[in-house]
Write a protein that binds this ligand. Structure first.
Ligand code: ADP
Ligand code: ADP
Length: 235
């Protein structure tokens, strides 16, 4: 049932100028299939480091990071590529390519998928429809609102049919109403596609609105973990 399992994970950055900096310290947590799991903490708490460990973008000195049962540190380059394909990512900055249409942006991750050009465009159309932007395929990112751009980024993140979606501060740049609509979209995708969602955020309101479980991270340590209902019931 565990899709992601961290066990006693520790990560220290070494730098000549600043000395050692511990970003994660003895972090253990388990994210199950079907969770909408919130990881909440202030800036500098270690959230980005944790996400990079999950994707094999960062080495770690101690403990274990298992995604779908596989230890990330042990994966071959080919297995790592597959891990990243099956893990959709969205960010605060939408990172869309300004010179490409929405269809072109959404189709980008399909470049090496073995699909031909028409199949890629068809798939991109389907994805834009899924996020409610069916009519805007030929538009360019600059013509869209922030909320619409995030929808495009979500469509792109889903291109390779991931079973995990990692959201790294994806609503932090959006106003409250737009945030609500993006969270509603993520919940719908979770419900309809059975995707496990991991919400990295510094906003408690986001966790309250969408997550079923959460972990609070502070200075590299998990200081609270549990069902959202229970955590908020015990102030
Ligand atoms: P965030 O809160 O998203 O980590 P930051 O501005 O703190 O935003 O960091 C931006 C990027 O710089 C991240 O990839 C982070 O890991 C990296 N970073 C943060 N602190 C340091 C540091 N002391 N030295 C080098 N890179 C850092
Ligand atoms: P968050 O995403 O919660 O803002 P980060 O994971 O970016 O936190 O940072 C956790 C700690 O690790 C911070 O003290 C940050 O300065 C440090 N850090 C992050 N990335 C680097 C890096 N590449 N080199 C050195 N220190 C880093």
């Amino acid at each position: 049932r565990a899709v992601i399992a961290l066990s006693h994970l520790s990560k220290t950055y070494h730098s000549e100028e600043e000395g050692d900096r511990t970003a994660l310290s003895d972090v253990s947590l388990r994210i199950d299939k079907g969770d909408i799991f919130g990881i909440i903490g202030l800036s500098g708490a270690g959230k980005s480091t944790l996400v990079r460990c999950l994707n094999g973008l960062e080495t770690y000195q101690g403990g274990s990071v298992k995604v779908r049962g596989q230890e990330v540190a042990d994966l071959s380059p080919r297995e790592l590529r597959s891990l990243r394909q099956r893990t959709g990512m969205i960010f605060q900055r939408f990172n869309l390519m300004p010179s490409r249409t929405l269809l072109g942006n959404v189709a980008l991750p399909l470049a090496n998928s073995g699909l031909n050009r028409k199949e890629r465009t068809d798939r991109a159309r389907e994805l834009l429809e899924l996020v409610g932007l069916a009519e805007l395929g030929e538009s360019y990112p600059a013509e869209l609102s922030g909320g619409q751009q995030q929808r495009v980024a979500i469509a792109r993140a889903l291109a390779n049919r991931p079973d995990i979606l990692l959201s790294d501060e994806a609503t932090s740049a959006l106003d409250p109403n737009t945030t609500k609509s993006i969270l509603a979209l993520l919940r719908r995708l979770h419900d309809e596609l059975g995707i496990t969602v991991v919400m990295i955020t510094h906003e408690m309101a986001v966790v309250r609105q969408i997550c079923n479980r959460l972990a609070v991270i502070d200075q590299g340590r998990i200081v609270e973990e549990g069902r959202v209902f229970d955590v908020f019931a015990n102030p």
